[in-house]
Write a protein that binds this ligand. Structure first.
Ligand code: C2E
Ligand code: MG
Ligand code: MG
Length: 717
């Protein structure tokens, strides 16, 4: 062991040696300072603390010591020395930094005491120790930094802390808790009561209960509440509480106190945005009218209300007539703008509390309540029709549609909202069928009929696909020569279960449906095929085909007919004749006479069927360029017994002469009918008295029999 000069120069006593051992064991540096001469001696540990060996530091004086001290600490150290020397401090003790051999500073706690005084009262010798306190200092610094960090992070997170000592009643707030409350520790003394008072009433009630629970039952909490700062600003806070218990009794409450105003504001914004989104889920973006979702809600409300007030709700299904054409001819932008404007018009035609919803392309639904009686709604319905047919100018173009409206009333129609809509829709469909631009009231019987009709139509569609239709042919003769002048093709349904069905059993269903056009084309094609197969045989006679009014008025009727005829190069002009009903010919005389003229160009002639039942005026007859008038069988059948009918037949015959038309009688059932007609000047006949309608395959045989013996028979038998 190395010792300093002074400590080793004298012979050591046992005591001294023991002391030295202790000193070395404790790691304490020891110094011995001759204040007067400045000579400073020390032990090895003293030198080691600052990285040296004893020899390296020799000679050590007060000056060299001072020069190794951190500049900031010298003054402090000197001050302490003065105070000790003056007797003010019993012990000289100071924490200083000394430069280490490797140039960093080492914290040292140096303490010492004057052990010898000069006669003049000044110190002569001082003894003391050096203790390396670097580590302790480091820890202290870390603690301070950590403390500062905590404060800082609390500030950033806006999380404060609090502690309530239940034994002393003392409440402690961290700096951030003060900041959250906009209070200063030096001005505000937190107490439980004061803290609670700042909460808004509803929150105060909650926190009071929660605190009570914590104190008395040891139950913690985690709450989001509203409070005021000391400056009266409202903030949202989260406050939690943990309970520390001793022997089962709460002794201390600790928790955080967090300003969550921002988060709450974001949450509120989100909730608002959500509500806005909900709103958009209920409205049609194009017209800003309620959509289907909101509609069913409004219907439900109106229905509930109507029951309470014993009133009626009208549900009107509105479909625009002719909107598709606008869309098709001017594009979707114009279409959209048109819808926006028409929606506004419709909305204005309703009353304040009524709902107008858009549920599809050009489909709207109006829910109107508070009618004492259904008929009270008629004025509004009329107003809606008017509104829908207002002329609107879009991009400089005047555009106009109309509306078909179907209406049903609740509770008269005591159905669910969905069913009510379906009923109104059904009625709207009827309004369309009845000619559009009108409203139609839903009718249960009509609904059932429509449903059945729908099913039957489906069955007929299938029949067409499965080729269950067939044509029967009924001969027409010249009463004078008994020559067969033609055949009328009459449709039959060869039903797999019900057998051969006459047109009366299924044509009325087809009547208004587009399927009748397809069936009609099938008839024309089949007749053409038949003509083709009998061409240049004895059976080669003109065939007449009945044309339904719908088919006749179809826009490309002539065009399609031309295509069909083209398929049969052997087709000879005037071998095909169309029979059209007098009533349908009259309804649209312009169009029909046009069609007749065009068909004439194709070599197809016309007969006016069931003539006499449609009350044609002379002027009309003049304008219809037909070849034949076909006297309705009801007159023919009665002509022998009823003079009125006979007179009518005579009239028709006169008329046909005047307009240079041929006339044929149908329903000629007996030879007497034939003779009478011939005598009246009607030379052509068709009826059971000649032959009943027959399958095409039977015609060759019938014809040869007829040619052998061309005599009318009694067809009533
Ligand atoms: P329609 O064009 O006036 O045809 C004459 C109808 O009178 C036929 O009935 C025929 O069988 C029946 N009939 C002919 N002579 C006599 C007779 O002496 N006594 C009696 N009691 N009846 C006689 P059918 O075949 O039942 O046809 C009924 C109606 O169905 C036709 O009347 C025609 O308007 C329509 N029809 C028939 N086939 C077609 C078709 O292919 N297309 C269209 N659109 N309608 C058709
Ligand atoms: Mg006919
Ligand atoms: Mg007829």
């Amino acid at each position: 062991m190395t010792t300093t000069k002074s400590l080793t120069s004298n012979a050591k006593s046992v005591n001294e040696e023991r002391l030295e051992l202790v000193i070395n064991a404790t790691g304490v540096g020891v110094w011995d300072w001759q204040v007067q001469t400045g000579e400073l001696t020390f032990n090895q540990r003293w030198a080691e603390i600052i990285g040296y060996s004893v020899h390296e530091l020799q000679p050590m004086t007060y000056e060299t010591w001072a020069s190794n001290l951190h500049p900031d600490d010298l003054a402090v150290a000197k001050d302490k020395l003065e105070k000790h020397w003056s007797g003010e401090l019993d012990l000289y003790e100071v924490e200083v930094r000394m430069r280490h051999k490797r140039l960093h500073y080492v914290w040292i706690l140096t303490s010492g005491k004057v052990v010898e005084w000069q006669k003049n009262g000044k110190p002569k010798r001082m003894l003391g120790t050096h203790l390396d306190i670097t580590e302790r200092k480091e820890r202290e610094r870390e603690r301070i930094i950590a403390g500062q960090l905590l404060q800082e992070s609390q500030k950033i997170a806006k999380v404060g802390g609090w502690e309530l000592n239940l034994e002393t009643g003392l409440l402690y707030w961290t700096a951030e808790t003060y900041r959250i409350h906009e209070a200063l520790p030096e001005e505000f003394d937190p107490t439980v009561d004061a803290g609670v008072d700042y909460f808004l009433p509803a929150s105060r009630e909650i926190i009071t209960k929660a605190l009570d629970e914590a104190v008395n039952n040891g139950v913690g909490y985690d709450l989001e509440l509203e409070t005021l700062t000391t400056k009266g600003r409202k903030i949202d806070v989260r406050t939690t509480c943990n309970v520390t218990k001793k022997n089962g009794i709460a002794v201390c409450l600790t928790g955080i106190f967090q300003d969550i105003s921002n988060e709450k504001a974001i949450q509120r914004n989100l909730e608002e945005a959500n509500a806005a989104l909900q709103l958009s889920a209920h409205y049609d973006p194009l017209t800003e009218l309620p959509n289907r979702v909101l509609l069913s809600d409004r219907m439900q409300q109106a229905m509930t209300k109507s029951v309470r007030h014993a009133q009626s709700v009208a549900i009107a299904f509105i479909d625009l007539d002719g909107f598709k054409e606008i869309n098709d001819s001017y594009g979707h932008d114009v279409g959209d703008e048109f819808l926006r404007k028409i929606a506004r018009e419709l909305k204005y035609s309703l009353r304040e509390g009524d709902t107008l919803a858009r549920i599809g392309g050009d489909e709207f639904v109006a829910v109107m309540d508070e009618f004492s009686e259904p008929k009270d709604s008629h004025t509004i319905l009329a107003r809606m029709l008017e509104a829908a047919s207002v002329e609107l100018v879009i991009l400089g173009r005047p555009l106009k549609v109309s509306a078909s409206i179907g209406v049903t009333f609740y509770p008269q129609n005591n159905s669910s909202p969905d069913q009510l809509l379906r009923c109104a829709d059904q009625a709207m469909y009827r309004a369309k069928q009845l000619g559009k631009n009108r409203w139609h009231l839903f009718d249960v019987e009509e609904d059932v009929a429509l449903k059945n009709k729908h099913e039957e139509l489906e069955r007929l569609r299938l029949a067409l696909q499965n080729q269950e239709f067939t044509l029967f042919y009924q001969p027409k003769i010249d009463l004078r020569s008994k020559e067969v002048i033609g055949l009328e093709a009459l449709i039959r349904w060869d039903h797999p279960e019900r057998g051969i069905l006459a047109p009366a059993a299924f044509l009325p269903v087809l009547d208004q449906d587009v399927l009748s056009i397809e069936v009609g084309e099938w008839v024309i094609k089949s007749a053409l095929k038949q003509l083709n197969s009998w061409r240049l045989t004895p059976m080669d006679v003109p065939i007449s085909v009945n044309i339904s009014p719908l088919q006749l008025q179809h826009t490309d009727f002539v065009f399609r007919l031309e295509r069909m005829i083209e398929e049969f190069p052997l087709f000879s002009p005037n071998s095909l004749e169309f029979e059209i009903l007098e009533s349908s010919a009259l309804k649209n005389i312009e169009l029909v006479s046009g069609v007749i003229r065009e068909c004439d160009r194709l070599g197809v002639t016309f007969a006016i069927d069931d003539f006499g039942t449609g009350y044609s005026s002379l002027t009309y007859l003049k304008r219809l360029p037909a070849e034949y008038l076909k006297i309705d069988q009801s007159f023919v059948r009665e002509m022998l017994t009823d003079t009125d009918n006979l007179a009518i037949i005579q009239g028709i015959i006169e008329l046909s002469k005047a307009f240079d038309l041929k006339v044929i009688a149908e329903g000629v059932e007996t030879p007497l009918h034939g003779e009478t007609l011939e005598s009246l000047g009607c030379f052509f006949a068709q009826g059971y008295g000649v032959a009943k309608p027959m399958p095409a395959n039977d015609f060759p045989e019938w014809l040869s029999l007829w040619n052998d013996n061309p005599q009318l028979v009694d067809g009533t038998l």
